[in-house]
Design a binder for this molecule. Structure first.
Ligand code: GDP
Ligand code: GDP
Length: 450
């Protein structure tokens, strides 16, 4: 199965150049029927052994100020609706502009899968300014040069897992709510991973949870371990805790791995239902923390921020305000994620950490019955009807939750491509408010249907 990739971004960032690089001469038929003008260019893309359809939105009128002309917004939304994945292109040389932020907002609120790409990065240009790109809420940008063909290997490595995932999704059987509930009722251990930079206090925290230095002394009564995880009782509830390479290493030698490698982080995140991003109070929410948190969000995991070594912080109220501000600004995609301050060393705050993990786990598993959802949809659309676009009213008829872990909803809409982003936002915000779904990703998809 192949997938469809949309190239999104403001004018002049290099969308056409990237399109041409991916598509080469294999351009799909454009304007082959007289009288039909296509706004979106399509082509057959290739990168290594990957095959996909590329949709390009280039050639739209300029958006030079803070506004985005309506036509451009509409076409972008259509491209997003028609594709499985978006490459959102920014210009590494000019930094983030207000128009970039508008595009990011559209993409984030649509809940589409997005790969952020910083073009014109040849010769490491623009590297310094890319930290601010985190503020777009789309993680760390992938540096490429469409013109010089640099970074295509990284782009391949980024796209490949998506291609696999789309293949798997196509084969996926329908979500079975009963099976989910059985699993919950069984009191299965809650799977967590504690991830963070070296010295954040991961071993200290895990040891505190296990009670004493049991990680160092191996299996004991009440603790079982396998190659990747330790199972233990924490506050009367079974937990399986991912054993990061760092933790295991520590049991033998006192050597620190310089950084958590990406593949370790991915393994930990995929293992976990709830990811605890552990940070040192002294230097929390730096680039690597943001990367891990973003990865967890993209993988659809529930997240809890844990700020450690709180015993050492002097002005606690002020530090807490700073941390909240950083979290909100640098990780807008994780709005509502609980932030817990702890001291792994003294054990202070660990009960609150456990409660936050439990709460996020319940949110992640939440299931709203279809009849409640549809009563709710009727209320919402009566209170605030979808607008008329080009003279015709858009209808939203039916909604259902198609998955949990994280919660995912599908709404059937007469013209999904025309439903404004703001209306989708209204619905998703409403779901959060009325069903109390906070701090976990919500997947929201519009499908065509009367
Ligand atoms: P679009 O409006 O987003 O489709 O942008 P274009 O593909 O038309 O590119 C806009 C300008 O940026 C053109 O002058 C390109 O030659 C230039 N450009 C595109 N990619 C790169 C790149 O990787 N490096 C540099 N330095 N310039 C680029
Ligand atoms: P890891 O590399 O993330 O596994 O970090 P460690 O658990 O090895 O901790 C790194 C250092 O931070 C050690 O010297 C710990 O004693 C210290 N540490 C861990 N947690 C706390 C805490 O809550 N308060 C203080 N003051 N120090 C801590």
């Amino acid at each position: 199965m192949s997938f469809t990739l949309a190239i999104i971004g403001r004018p002049n960032v290099g969308k056409s150049t990237l399109f041409n690089r991916l598509v080469g001469k294999r351009l799909a038929l454009v304007d082959d029927q007289p009288g039909v003008t296509r706004d979106l260019r399509e082509g057959e893309g290739r990168l290594g052994d990957l095959r996909f359809t590329v949709v390009d939105t280039a050639g739209l009128e300029d958006a030079t100020d803070d506004s985005l002309p309506a036509r451009m917004r509409r076409l972008t939304e259509r491209a997003v609706a028609e594709s499985d994945l978006c490459l959102f292109v920014i210009d590494a040389r000019s930094g983030i502009t207000p128009v970039d932020r508008i595009f990011a907002e559209i993409l984030r609120k649509r809940g589409t899968e997005v790969i952020l790409v910083a073009n014109k990065s040849e010769g490491r240009a623009g590297e310094a300014g890319l930290y601010e790109a985190f503020e777009l809420g789309l993680g760390e940008p992938l540096a490429i040069s469409a013109e010089h063909g640099e970074g295509m290997g990284d782009l391949y490595a980024t796209l490949e897992p998506y291609a696999e995932r789309f293949e798997a999704a196509a084969a996926e059987i329908e979500f079975d709510p009963d099976a989910e509930e059985d699993a919950l009722a069984e009191n299965r251990p809650l799977q967590i991973a504690v991830v963070g930079r070296p010295n954040a206090g991961k071993s200290t925290l895990v040891n505190a949870v296990l009670g004493e230095d049991r990680l160092l002394t191996g299996p004991e009564a009440g603790i079982t371990r396998d190659a990747i995880a330790v199972t233990t009782d924490w506050g009367g509830r079974p937990f399986r805790i991912f054993d990061t390479a760092g933790l295991r290493k520590k049991a033998k030698v006192q050597e620190k791995v310089e950084r958590l490698s990406t593949s370790d982080a991915i393994r930990a995140v995929r293992f976990a239902e709830v990811v605890v991003v552990l940070m040192d109070a002294d230097n929390a929410f730096e680039a690597q923390d943001l990367r891990i948190a973003d990865l967890a969000e993209r993988e659809g995991r529930a997240v809890v921020f844990a700020v450690n070594k709180w015993d050492q912080v002097e002005d606690k109220p002020r530090a807490l305000a700073d941390l909240r501000e950083r979290a909100e600004r640098l990780l807008p995609q994780l709005k509502g994620t609980p932030l817990v301050t702890v001291s792994a060393l003294t054990g202070k705050g660990l009960d609150r950490l456990r409660e936050a993990i439990g709460k996020m786990h319940r949110m992640w598993n939440i299931r709203v019955p279809t009849n409640r959802l549809n009563r709710w949809l009727i209320e919402q659309t009566e209170m605030h009807p979808p607008p008329a676009v080009r003279g015709r009213r858009i209808r939203l008829r039916f909604m259902t939750q198609v998955r949990t872990r994280p919660p995912g909803f599908v709404a059937f809409c007469s013209r999904p491509e025309d439903l404004p982003d703001s209306y989708v936002r209204y619905l998703v915000n409403g779901l959060r408010r009325d069903f109390g779904i906070e701090g976990v990703p919500i997947r929201f998809t519009l499908r065509k249907g009367e």
